[in-house]
Ligand binder design. Structure first.
Ligand SMILES: Nc1nc2c(ncn2[C@@H]2O[C@H](COP(=O)(O)OP(=O)(O)OP(=O)(O)O)[C@@H](O)[C@H]2O)c(=O)[nH]1
Ligand SMILES: [Mg+2]
Length: 220
């Protein structure tokens, strides 16, 4: 349980594939799930990164969302408005991260929405690494709220992670618990440690993907 290694590796990370300068990670999930908070405070403290916000176009129904995300993943959507006709590897998404809070995962509507999206996407897109983040574990599990280091010891949390992984069809080893900063003014080492280990995983998954010759996935 230490953040130094991850911090060092993330700091010196440079994609080996010279086609790209940086990884593109797409966070997708219901409103309020913690996408904007995710990783951001820690990340902003140590690293530089760029954020684009994509919203399902207002005129479209919810059914449109998976198709919209598919366009984003293929690198066609630039800043919500412009269309990129011929996206290269650097425009495409390299890791797809689904984000849902524990309490949202417990409501069937939120879970079903995410399941539908992931299901549709996995139908269209294969080969791209997928991760699942379950956020707000501090709200849901007292033992984690008291000490974030209990994250790997809490059996109710483990059960919750497994249950949701299974419903979403994302393997447990691609599934991570997250506690974001929310009201804290100061950052603390233990919270940083968990967040950095998750960020590290995203980079590992993305790095594998852009090197797996190809960096190719198959979108139908
Ligand atoms: N307790 C707790 N609160 C959190 C956590 N993550 C996020 N929050 C809070 O939840 C609220 C929503 O988080 P956001 O990051 O804004 O959610 P979002 O997914 O970006 O939502 P949209 O931008 O509407 O799609 C904020 O008030 C956060 O401070 C967490 O791990 N624990
Ligand atoms: Mg947001």
């Amino acid at each position: 349980w230490s953040k130094e290694n991850d911090l060092q590796d993330i700091n010196t990370y440079q994609p080996h594939n010279s086609e790209i300068q940086y990884l593109r990670i797409l966070l997708c999930g219901p409103t309020g799930s913690g996408k904007s908070s995710d990783l951001f405070i820690v990340t902003a403290k140590h690293f530089s990164f760029t954020v684009h916000n994509f919203q399902n176009p207002k005129s479209r129904t919810r059914d449109f969302l998976p198709f919209y995300i598919k366009q984003v993943m293929k690198g066609h959507v630039k800043d919500n408005r412009d269309y990129n006709e011929n996206p290269g590897l650097s425009d495409k998404v390299h890791v797809l991260v689904s984000v849902i809070s524990v309490s949202q995962a417990k409501t069937l509507i939120d879970l079903n929405n995410l399941t539908n999206i992931i299901f549709t996407l996995s139908f269209y897109v294969s080969g791209i690494p997928q991760m699942l983040l379950q956020t707000k574990i501090d709200e849901a599990f007292l033992e984690v709220k008291e000490d974030i280091k209990n994250v790997y010891k809490s059996s109710p949390l483990k059960e919750q992670m497994e249950k949701v992984s299974q419903s979403l069809g994302i393997p447990v080893n691609c599934s991570f618990p997250v506690k974001n900063y929310h009201s804290e003014i100061h950052t603390d080492d233990n919270t940083d440690t968990l967040i950095l280990s998750t960020l590290r995983k995203m980079i590992d998954f993305g790095e594998d993907f852009v090197n797996s010759r190809t960096g190719k996935y198959w979108i139908f």
